[in-house]
Design a protein around this ligand. Structure first.
Ligand code: SAM
Length: 227
């Protein structure tokens, strides 16, 4: 759900993110943000004590996955969504570019069966391609600048197994709407890029939230046409 963040957290995100953009290292700000939070999740703007509400609402309608079905959680942050998918019956791999975030996941869930890994979405092990029955992408694409969008979509789509599905939760904007991120909500044209990889939208829920500021979000599932 959309919650307005305290000004101090907003300003810290803005300043770390803009410094990273200036240095042409668009995702270099996540590790310092987690490190500077020093174990206080209130300092991580997207962190929640539970799984994302739109994932929580989606999961009960999903059949129990067959034994050994693999799920991949992209940019897993502090791990709640990965844990929810593991509890649903998936064998979950969850990765994040931030070593501090992954260490934090281990600390929060010391007995977890989730395979938490430090990894960069843009340099993943090619053996992961077409491996996962569920690929879960929540609020990571929108956290990366628009000039990386095609690259991000191109890194995510091949991970989905031919019989699998992709679940995306993201803010959206109109194609013609400019935005100054982070976050950089996705436009219909940008979302349509998943279809160039053969993925077809199978379900969409749209959510409008916020009072002073209104935010539009979607939860979309995709499958391969022949899946
Ligand atoms: C806005 S947060 C969202 C975290 C989580 N998915 C959620 O919804 O709570 C973006 C996450 O993506 C991670 N991230 C950013 N760039 C990444 C990359 N290139 N590879 C892997 N993870 C990345 C960040 O460290 C951060 O945890």
């Amino acid at each position: 759900m959309f919650e307005e963040q305290p000004l101090s957290v907003q300003n810290r995100v803005k300043s770390l993110a803009s410094e990273a953009q200036t240095q042409n290292q668009p995702y270099a700000w996540f590790e310092p943000l987690y490190a500077q939070a020093s174990g206080n999740a209130d300092q991580v703007p997207w962190a929640k004590a539970t799984a994302h509400p739109y994932l929580q609402a989606w999961l009960p309608g999903q059949p129990q996955p067959p034994a050994q079905s693999k799920a991949l959680v992209i940019g897993c942050g502090l791990g709640n969504d990965a844990e929810a998918l593991q509890a649903h019956g998936y064998q979950v791999t969850a990765f994040d570019v931030s070593p501090t975030a992954i260490a934090w996941c281990h600390q929060r869930f010391p007995n977890s069966a989730v395979d938490y890994q430090v990894a960069d979405l843009f340099h993943l092990d090619p053996s992961w391609n077409q491996t996962f029955e569920l690929v879960y992408e929540c609020r990571n694409i929108q956290a990366l600048p628009i000039h990386l969008r095609s690259q991000v979509v191109g890194a995510i789509a091949p991970l989905v197994a031919q019989t699998g599905q992709l679940l995306v939760i993201t803010r959206i904007r109109a194609d013609e709407q400019a935005c100054e991120g982070p976050p950089w909500p996705l436009s219909p044209m940008e979302l349509a890029e998943f279809e160039t990889y053969g993925l077809v939208e199978t379900e969409r829920a749209t959510f409008t939230e916020g009072e002073t500021i209104t935010v539009q979000q979607v939860r979309i599932t995709y499958r391969y046409a022949q899946g």
